[in-house]
Design a protein. Structure first.
Length: 268
């Protein structure tokens, strides 16, 4: 059983929902990332998505695009992100960590070489936004061999047959994109999310995480009432951006925000 599966099983026994924050590795500076990861866990994060900076993050809105630009300005590359994961693992061997990004850096690394390096660093899952599951077997085979969960996106326009096909290729959990658009682009329609999550659950036993559009404690609680995991990205990254000139404030202020979300989710 993977670290991700173990975490969801533990949460299910506790009748709790997962809180999954997203940050971009190296934003606003590489030396902050590992401390921020530990801060998020201490504040109540169950799993963390760590964004791999990319020059053309097509699924992301301006907030996360600028985060990639700040990280790339420090020349943060995929190997640097793996080094951050390894540093995090020296003090935390329990919290699942998922890399989220785009295929090009992984393809340039080499699929088998990446899977081996990621496993050695302590990566638990990989979500490549622009890789269709129908074309993913060349990557997912070495990932599975390295005990890394391939995670895929489902959208509001994904039909029932394709939901089943995507879930068949996935492991760990599936990520439902709650809005039609880029990250941070629209408000959440919780009734629609509830209906879509129910449709997904008819086709898979995997946990369902919901992201894109969760901005605050109220929206986090609403999603927690219907999904297995609440995924929060732009709301965190926008706070990093606002605090970039005062980096000593980033860990405490983002940890406080995660604490608010944790409290709201547990009360839902």
């Amino acid at each position: 059983m993977s670290r991700i599966a173990e975490r969801f099983a533990s949460l299910q026994q506790q009748q709790r929902k997962a809180l999954i924050p997203f940050i971009t590795a190296g934003d606003p500076a590489p030396e902050i990332t590992v401390d921020l990861l530990h801060g998020l866990v201490a504040a109540g994060a169950d799993i963390i998505e760590l964004g791999v900076p990319f020059s053309d993050p097509m699924a992301d809105g301006p907030v996360i695009q600028r985060a990639s630009e700040r990280a790339l300005a420090h020349r943060v590359r995929l190997r640097d992100v793996l080094a951050m994961v390894a540093a995090f693992r020296r003090d935390d061997t329990a919290t699942p960590l998922v890399l989220m990004g785009y295929l090009n850096p992984v393809e340039r690394f080499g699929y088998a070489a990446f899977a081996a390096a990621a496993a050695e660093a302590g990566v638990d899952g990989l979500l490549t936004v622009d890789l269709p599951p129908e074309e993913a077997r060349e990557l997912t085979t070495p990932l599975r061999a390295a005990a890394i969960d391939p995670i895929f996106l489902l959208s509001p326009t994904t039909g029932p047959e394709r939901i089943a096909a995507i879930c068949h290729e996935a492991s760990g959990f599936v990520y439902y994109v709650s809005v039609k658009g880029i990250t941070g682009s629209a408000a959440l329609d919780t009734d629609e999310v509830a209906a879509r999550v129910a449709t997904i659950r008819e086709r898979t036993a995997l946990p369902v995480g919901v992201g894109f559009g969760i901005r605050d404690a109220a929206s986090a609680a609403a999603v927690a009432a219907v999904a297995d995991a609440v995924i929060v990205g732009s709301a965190l990254v926008s706070r990093v951006e606002a605090l970039a000139a005062t980096p000593d404030r980033i860990v405490p202020e983002l940890s406080a925000f995660i604490g608010e979300l944790r409290q709201a989710i547990d009360a839902a």
